[in-house]
Design a binder for this molecule. Sequence first.
Ligand SMILES: [Mg+2]
Length: 437
Amino acid sequence: MRTLDRAGAAARVTERAFVSLGPMAASPAILHADLDAFYASVEQLLDPSLRGKPIAVGGGVVLAASYEAKRHGVSSGMPAGRARERCPGLEFVGGHFAEYRRLGDQVMAILGDFTDLVQRISIDEAFMDVGGSRRLFGEPAQIARTIRARVREEVGLPISIGAAGTRHLAKIASQVAKPDGLVVVEVGREREFLDPLPVSLVWGVGPATEARLASAGITTIGQLSDTSPSVLAKLVGGGLGSRLRLLANDEDPRVVRSGGRGRSVGAQSALGRVAPTAELRAEVLGHLADRVAGRLRKADRAGRTVTVRVRFPGMRSVTRSLTVEEPVASTLTLREVSEQLVAQALTDNGGEWEVTLLGISVSNLIEQASVQLELPVADDDPHRTGSPTGAARLALDRSVDAVRERFGTGSVAYATPAFSERGAVPDEFRELAERDS
Ligand SMILES: [Mg+2]
């Protein structure tokens, strides 16, 4: 099963926690997520023959280098001649900029699934504040792991993440985590983490500043934080000096500002290449709706916008959304809406006879601990939770949830064709890739 293999591969990626989090530790909630050697990694994703090879994106100048090239001392901004001297086998490739944009957006959409506090600062990096996401998605370190696995699985690119209590420190942590790693700086141990690191990791320290600091024997962040303001002012100027000193002391009051994207809960299934028959759609979407709606109910939430995603062979994917009047948390309703949307997406893309992935997400979330029953009016719309049928559906869902809570997820299932055949094995592995509650 492909889902299994990919989840397994994702779980094996390098992970270095600076200090492990005890169960009671307050874990830092700011994440900095940064794709590794982004342009070069995209080129290697698009053209498998480039994988594992030293490549540079650009022409006269290196815009980005793959890790294989970096190991030979090739870096961004280097003239092509010098890069070739350092790395004789270096291959230059032209940039696929539309693809960078598309894949960068796709990664940002994944980050947005965990919090609406996502602040994108370039095509391939963003800050997130996941302090408010614990209830839905777990501790920040767990969220970071899930994001890394999802970006690897759904987009195919390596991403490094730093978790810390401030933006500046989270960014340093993600740089230390590279390539393809996760570094968590536990609250209270910031100094220990920062002190031995080179000053070049501090925001605002370029090669010229680095050289000036080195001339006074200041090479580590610890030394920088110990340097008196007057000495720093003489070395790099008063303004920059005081900014660097604050950062070296981990004083960064800037907060993460979102671009305003809504929070959502989603799940998806990678399917290999399969024909999207009505039976397959009912089966897969039934399963996904069950997972998504179950997570919503567990968190006492419901959402008004249902989005489905259909991926076709060749990585092209389309989405269809519907915003309904009443927030949805019922498995059956979510399944019906999703089936309609996927059918529409397939019709709109006539001639696509194979799909590789189906996904459902629900956004526009609200708190919905209990349902206000409507008076029995003429219109019994099952999609409205307060209607008689809608309420019955939710009551059924709650019973299913209760049985599962007590006897395990596999103990009871909604009837969908061939559910038991496919449902039995891959769930644990999907859990790995998607990470529930
Ligand atoms: Mg990057």
